[in-house]
Ligand binder design. Sequence first.
Ligand code: SF4
Length: 405
Amino acid sequence: MKASVFTVGCRLNQSESDALRARLVEDGVMIVKDPADAGECFINTCTVTNRADRSSVQLIRRICRLRPKPRVVVIGCFVQRLSEKVKAIPGVDEVWDNKRKLAEISDACPAPERSRALLKVQDGCDRGCAYCICSLLRGKPTSLPRVDVVSRFDRLVKAGFHEIVLTGLNLGTYYDNGVDLAGLLGLLSCRPGDFRIRLGSIEPDTVNSTLVDCFADKRISPHFHLPLQSGDDRILERMGRRYTSCQYAELVRQIRGVRPDANIGADVIVGLPGEDEDSFERTRSFVASLKLGYLHVFPFCPRPGTKAYSMKNCVPEYEKKRRSKTLRNLSTWLRSKYQAQYIGKLRQAVVESGQTALTDNYLRLHLEGNCPVEPRGFVNLLIGQNQGRPVGFLEHLVTKTPTGV
Ligand code: SF4
């Protein structure tokens, strides 16, 4: 039997697809990339925005049109929200909601084909941010018991992964019998093997000084993805976020105190109902003043069932587009500023498939020359630039200063 697994959505979804692949392999199924070669296709869907809905439906329809048609199983958040709609798509054979998906993969250790392993340690959230559909679909917070985290981590290191990314819907709320995320990092960082740990996206209000101090350990990558969402306190309050812009700025300062080289990125939502030009401008100037490393910008998308769905004073779509573009341009500038500090410096990186490598401080570098190291392996790279694009030169091949450094 051959099967394919497709994913739309976040890292959490990707890690669950990895676990599903591992479960199928344990059951003697061969994983293939091309759905035309598969007897069964699993489509792990997302519904975080209208665009995610559209991508999920397009993928389902495309696979259902194949002849001969594989058996089609649709799973994940879009099913959780709109199962009847999914069942009505001609060719869908089975649907699994999130509960069923998690039950199917509960004890599978992800053995992905990717260069960096995603290890899901937490799921669910009860913060109730006004715009967020994810917490409504994934339920209350749960944490993987630490013994299971450690055993999966060891298996991934043994399988040859040098970078393991801890993920969760609200990762900073990890808690297992007295062990929080800082405690978990302490347990993992002293495991045997040659690895580094990266944290996935983490909510600012869950990062305390103990956790920040963990980043002094060089086995933990100096990279934080801290969703900001807005730099305007009135909008943060409307969103139901549990911090102010001042508290966020203080956290950034604390992180840089422990790791001056940290790459700190953020999600920002533009166009929440009630976000006027002044609020947006406060966000823009706040982000610029913090000198973050990059932004992920999302135009607000109303999701039925969330508090923000029925908020008044909607921002027109053209205005959301304009604000998104402004922040994306700012992100390009921030990224190049952060990168520029590392030109001519050496960083450890994990080789990815293709000709790229990802440094500990989250710079994706194009590899110059033939790389003798397989994907997943560690290399030390001298960072340069080629036509504005960051590139990496393998340290042991560098005999004189390469062009662009
Ligand atoms: S948790 Fe949110 S982002 Fe992730 S797959 Fe579900 S809806 Fe999409």
